[in-house]
Design a protein around this ligand. Structure first.
Ligand code: FAD
Length: 352
């Protein structure tokens, strides 16, 4: 299966732009595909899955129809496979910042990495907002971000870690995993720092960490950062406070910060759409917002009786798919079953 991914193209044109690659945005791509519509899918996170992937990847979900139990990560993998026949173009690791209607009626989206996307219709599947890394408050740190301070880096290979003193900072699985992964880039040293020497990670990963610690490849430190020393954008050292209230200066050239990721409504609130309790009111027959051509599905929308559940989001995405097809063709769309429709079989690439 191949899903096209674009890093920073100049201008993309598509039928529908789906903002948010959580479970509901992914199912929206599938439903649009059944309507013969091409979609681009954009997310601030560097990966698919929204809340399911970010907040409960290893916890079981028991109320997906027909699936007795599956974890958040398993559900996202199934949704990825399901939308694959429609080959959406993915724009990950970029936040949609602007949304403006053009003279021809289409919508121009601009992202934080400079991607421009022109779409005939837009589905906002933004959940509870963009997932963005929590940042550290410390004098002088902002000038270093991207150069020698990195918040939840998605790609360690893109960082210059060889021969460097690397500080990995966090207490959860991503921090533990990163500390272990950094070793393959031959750093001068790796320190895994957390306020307590207790890490929330799967047992197998903790056993790997213990082995690297005992072999002297990773230093594990219970400490909190106090201040930093840098020259221009190059970090040189970090002063930390230890549990006994003493301080220590660590030589650090690359600081990988994993303090968690949290959702922020962000730009959605600035697009001139009516918000009720930070959610977008929609028509429950079509899931269109007050702006013709802009739809909202999943946790971001609100209507009488709304429940923030996956099943409700999937229903909303289904009706939005029909509605968008009718909006774009100006013709009623007939219901067809995936079991019996040869047209849908052709779209899905399956034998009847
Ligand atoms: C701990 C927990 C357990 C849960 N268990 C269940 C359960 O058992 N059953 C159930 O039905 N539901 C459950 N839920 C609720 C369910 O997870 C949500 O209803 C569902 O994930 C909503 O999906 P979504 O696609 O609408 O939003 P999200 O999953 O939040 O995805 C939205 C995506 O949009 C992105 N985004 C937002 N704004 C922008 C922007 N401007 N630019 C780019 N990207 C943007 C975000 O980064 C995010 O990835 C649970 C929720 C939690 C927190």
């Amino acid at each position: 299966m191949s899903l096209a991914t674009t890093a920073n193209p100049v201008l993309n044109e598509t039928d529908v732009a789906v903002i948010g690659a959580g479970a509901v945005g992914m199912f929206q791509v599938f439903q649009l595909g059944l309507q013969g519509l091409q979609a681009h899918l954009i997310d601030a996170l560097p990966h698919l899955g929204g809340q399911c992937a970010e907040l409960y990847p290893h916890k079981p979900i028991y109320d997906i129809p027909g699936i007795k139990a599956c974890t958040g990560a398993e559900l996202i993998e199934r949704l990825r496979e399901q939308m694959a026949p429609f080959a959406p173009t993915l724009h990950l690791g970029q936040q949609v910042q602007s949304l403006q209607q053009q003279e021809d009626g289409r919508w121009l989206l601009g992202t934080s990495t400079g991607t421009n996307l022109l779409a005939k219709a837009v589905v906002i599947a933004a959940g509870v907002g963009s997932f963005v890394p929590k940042t550290l408050k410390m004098d002088g740190i902002e000038a270093l971000v991207g150069a020698s301070v990195h918040y939840h880096p998605a790609n360690l290979e893109a960082l210059s870690l060889q021969g460097q003193h690397v500080l990995v900072h966090g207490g959860d699985e991503p921090a533990v995993q990163a500390a272990i992964d950094v070793l393959q880039y031959q750093p001068a040293s790796v320190t895994l720092m957390h306020r307590r020497e207790v890490f929330a990670a799967p047992q197998a990963l903790l056993e790997q960490l213990q082995a690297h610690k005992e072999a002297g490849r990773i230093q594990v430190l219970a400490a909190q950062p106090l201040s930093l020393q840098a020259q221009a954008t190059q970090l040189q050292s970090v002063q930390v406070s230890l549990p006994d209230a003493s301080t220590q200066i660590l030589p650090v050239q690359q600081w990988l910060v994993f303090q968690g990721i949290s959702p922020k409504l962000g730009p959605v609130a600035e697009w001139g759409l009516e918000l009720v309790k930070k959610q977008l009111p929609v028509d429950t027959g079509t899931f269109v917002t007050e702006a013709p051509g802009i739809y909202a599905v999943g946790d971001i929308n609100i209507y009488p009786g709304k429940r923030k559940l996956l099943l409700c989001g999937f229903h909303e995405a289904t009706l939005a798919g029909f509605s968008i097809a009718e909006y774009l063709t100006d013709k009623p769309v007939l219901l067809q079953y995936t079991t019996t429709s040869t047209r849908l079989h052709a779209l899905l690439g399956v034998a009847p």
